[in-house]
Each structure stands twice: as C-alpha cells, then as structure tokens.
Design a binder for this molecule. Structure first.
Ligand code: CTP
Length: 472
C-alpha cells in the first residue's frame, strides 16, 4: 500500500520526498511513514492502543543484523568466491547487502547471491521499484563499509575516473563510507601501467586494498600476481575496518564516554536439570540497541539471556541463564549512565532446586510451585546509589498497550518505557520488525513499524538527545 501511495504523488512532491529521504538515509516509503507518524503524534495528545488487526506495512528490505557491509561483485571469474565471502560475513553476524554489475551476472546469478545473502541482490540503476524502495544513494549510505570483491581492472578504472554508468559505479561514487577493494584479474592486466596508475589514484583517494595474491590463475597455464584474496583474508580485513570505525565512534560519536548496561533475550528458569520455563524472546531488539549504542560511541555491557545470536563486536557481552544471574550481572556492570532493559525476564521460577530430573510416577504430574523472580528493572530504577541517569524499560503487552505501559513506568520507577505489542498480530516477538510507543514523563510518541535496527537507532538517537539536554 505504501508504494502505491508514493507512486500516486505529484512529481514535485515526489522529488522533494526523494531528496528528504536521501538526506535522512531512508527509503521514500519509510520517510512517508515517519511523516505520517509525526503528524499523528502532533494531532493526538495520546495515541490510541493499536487495533488488533495488523496493518503494518512491510518494509521492502530487512535489516536485522547490526553491522552492515555492502558487497559489490564485479565481473570476474573470482565472483564465485564471493558467495563464500557472503556466507563467512553473515556467520559473523554481519548483514550483507549485495550489488552486482552487469558483467558479474555472467559469472554468478542474482538468484544464488540473493539466497545466500538473505535478501535480493541489487543490479539495476534504472529499476523503478529498487529506486523507490531503496535507491542508490541509500545503498551508498546505509552501510558501515563497502567491499568490492572481485574488483576487476575495468571497475577499478571506472572508480578511478568517477564513472557512474551503472548501479555499482553510481553507489561507489555516491558513498562517503570506507571502501575495501579485493582486486582480481589476469597478472598482465594487474601489472599493466594503466591498472597500477588507477590503483595509485584509488589508494590516494583513501580506498583500501586486500590482495591480489600470487598463484595459479583460473585460465590454464597462467600464474602470477592477480588472484583474488581468499574469502577469509577479506573477512579479516573487513573486521579490522569495522573495528576501527567503532573506535572512531567511541571518540567522536554522540554517546562517546557514556556507559550503557543493556539486557536482552529471554531467561531460562530451571524446573529440573533438563527442563526450564522460557519465552519466545529472540534477543534481536536488545542486541540491535546495544549495537546502535556502540555505533554512537557508548561503552556497552550487554547482559544476554540464552539466544542464538553471536556476541556482537565492540562491547562486553555477559551470558546468563536465569533472572537472578541477570540481576547480578547488571549490578556488576554499574555504575552506568544509561540502563536499557529489553530482556523478557521470566516473572516466576520454581521454588526449590530440583537436583535430579523429575520422573513420572503413579502420583501423576508434578505440581510446580512458582515463586517470583527479582524485577531487574524495578530494582535498578529504585536504587539509592549508582542508579543510571536514564533507566529505560520495555513493556511487552498484548492489549491496552499504552495504558499498561504508562502504569508500568510508574510502578517500576523507570524514566521511559518502550511499549510494544507482543500479540500474535503484533509480530514483534521473534520477528524482524517492531512498532513501539515511547512513554516518557512528557507523553507518548508512537513510532511507525520499522526494522528492529531502525527502532534501535531511533531510540539511541533519542537517548543521546536526552543526555545532551535536548529532550526529556
Ligand atoms: N523486567 C525485569 N525483571 C523482571 C520482569 C521484567 O527487569 N523480573 C523488565 C523487562 O526487561 C522490561 C520490563 O521489566 O523492561 C517490563 O517487562 P514485562 O514483561 O512487560 O512486564 P512484567 O513486569 O512482566 O509485567 P506484566 O507481566 O504484568 O506485564
């Protein structure tokens, strides 16, 4: 529905919208949704609880991992290794968005690349759907790093001379991000003065290279310097560059010098040594917030319940099983400037510790006596000493979302509550998107449905404003 709305707008409005969206690094549809949400927040003193039937628009591209690489594949035989490169990067929790040149598609198909990357590969500068949804400017900006692998002699020549004749070159010209090149070509092409001249220009422009290596070429009988670096070498170079961008953020980001403690994921409360009480939390939202805080320069301790996500880079991750251990780890991480409690902590645990597995016997199913777990958010909010300046809780609700969230904010003593609908229709639990309401002392802000990464970045930006005295 969103894209229909955009397409039906007049040319002038569309142009202004495109510029605004590009300036904010968003798609046009996201921009429209945010404008509508801002307008709705202005006119309503308080948003009504969301209707049960879900009307949330599907964002065109999902952003669930937290470190993002844009991989440009150009047309060389080494393109087949790029598939392995994508897999290796994703294994490390790095989201990979792929742009393929026309020539690259002669070597590997967008279909196989898309299947491995987990989202479609972008190929066409003049594809209306892509331009409306994402656009080359957003592709160029919405990433932490651009990797060109393989980088052919032709693509390097185009980059050195500022061409923008297809999507890949337009993105490379439009970006202000670091670019890592993994050249791959015939040794004679690599040694050619023209290629070496282009390389010198690119390195002078700040482009970083990995490889090429010496060895056998794909063409029989050819050997020399020109083989693309191996995927793991490229991954190592990527990780080093991403770490150095974290280090830069730690010095210059809006949250430089601020300490955060963040909880995420479910807790597992043991029933006996093999069984436990749990919930459906995936940890994605808390992990995304932790990552966004690191990107903004904060020093983060992430206290995580059991989830299937890798330790995010650039922060201290403490893994715990149950609520009591989570509270201990949070208290050990104090003092902090900000506490964000996104974990879905189990409210109850069983009384007593069953040391042996409960067995079936003639007396029928066991009766589980439940006792209350410590409330981590409330405990930290009400601390007399070492209370973080800003304490933010989440409210997972299935009905009367805002009403319950407001009551929860008062009851638990937190400064803010991020309320989300965890009903089956809301789809937040385990899903990639989230529509939240930010409840503060000043009122309620309802944010549009967006990826959990986008929620995280918006929340972190809001925290930075509050700490810098620009908002409550
Ligand atoms: N929370 C916590 N410790 C608990 C329970 C919840 O720190 N033992 C935190 C959560 O991390 C979240 C907030 O409290 O930030 C609200 O969690 P939620 O599950 O929505 O609320 P409950 O306290 O469980 O209340 P209810 O079950 O009545 O909705």
């Amino acid at each position: 529905m969103g894209s229909l709305t955009v397409r039906n707008l007049g040319e002038d409005i569309k142009k202004r919208l495109r510029l605004r969206a590009a300036a904010n690094g968003r798609s046009m549809e996201e921009e429209v949704r945010l404008l509508l949400a801002e307008r709705a927040a202005e006119t309503a003193t308080e948003a009504k609880p969301r209707a049960k039937q879900s009307t949330k628009p599907e964002p065109p591209v999902r952003e669930t991992a937290t470190r993002r690489v844009l991989l440009i594949i150009s047309g060389g035989i080494a393109a087949y290794k790029s598939l392995d490169l994508i897999r290796r990067l994703r294994e490390r929790g790095i989201a990979v968005r792929v742009v393929m040149t026309r020539a690259a598609q002669e070597f590997v198909t967008p279909l196989s690349v898309g299947a491995i990357a987990g989202e479609r590969a972008f190929t066409d500068l003049f594809d209306q759907a892509s331009e409306l949804d994402v656009g080359h400017i957003r592709l160029a900006r919405n990433t932490d790093l651009i990797v060109v692998a393989p980088a052919t002699a032709d693509l390097m020549a185009k980059m050195a001379n500022g061409h923008a004749d297809e999507l890949a070159t337009a993105v490379l010209l439009a970006t202000d991000k670091k670019i890592l090149l993994a050249p791959a070509m015939n040794p004679r092409m690599w040694a050619n003065k023209a290629t070496q001249r282009n390389l010198e220009t690119l390195v002078g422009d700040g482009v970083i290279t990995v490889g090429p290596n010496a060895g056998e070429m794909a063409e029989s009988g050819e050997a020399g310097v020109g083989r693309m670096a191996e995927p793991l070498e490229i991954v190592a170079a990527v990780e080093k560059l991403l770490e150095s961008s974290d280090a830069r953020a730690a010095q210059n980001g809006p949250l430089a010098g601020k300490r955060f403690v963040i909880t995420a994921g479910p807790t597992h409360e043991p029933i006996d040594p093999v069984r436990y009480i749990a919930n459906r939390s995936s940890g994605k939202q808390g992990y995304a917030i932790a990552r966004a805080a690191v990107e903004a320069g904060a020093a983060v301790t992430l206290v995580s319940g059991p989830v299937g996500l890798p330790d995010p880079p650039g922060m201290k991750t403490v893994r715990v099983e149950n609520a009591r251990a989570m509270l201990r780890a949070v208290e050990a991480a104090l003092p902090a400037d900000v506490g964000i409690f996104a974990a879905a902590v189990a409210d109850w645990r069983t009384a007593g510790d069953a040391v042996q597995k409960l067995k079936k016997d003639a007396s029928g199913p066991p009766k589980l006596e439940l006792i209350e777990n410590p409330d981590i958010l409330a405990t930290v909010s009400k601390r007399k000493t070492k209370r973080p300046k800003l304490v933010i809780g989440f409210a997972a609700e299935t009905e009367k979302v805002i009403e319950h969230a407001k009551a929860k904010r008062k009851r638990k003593g937190s400064d803010w509550i991020v309320a989300n609908d965890v009903s089956a229709e809301g789809g937040a639990m385990g899903g990639d998107d989230n529509a939240v309401h930010l409840v503060t002392a000043a009122g309620v802000e309802s944010w549009p449905s967006q990826s959990k990464d986008a929620v995280a970045r918006q929340l972190v930006a809001r925290v930075a404003q509050a700490l810098n005295g620009k908002a409550t």
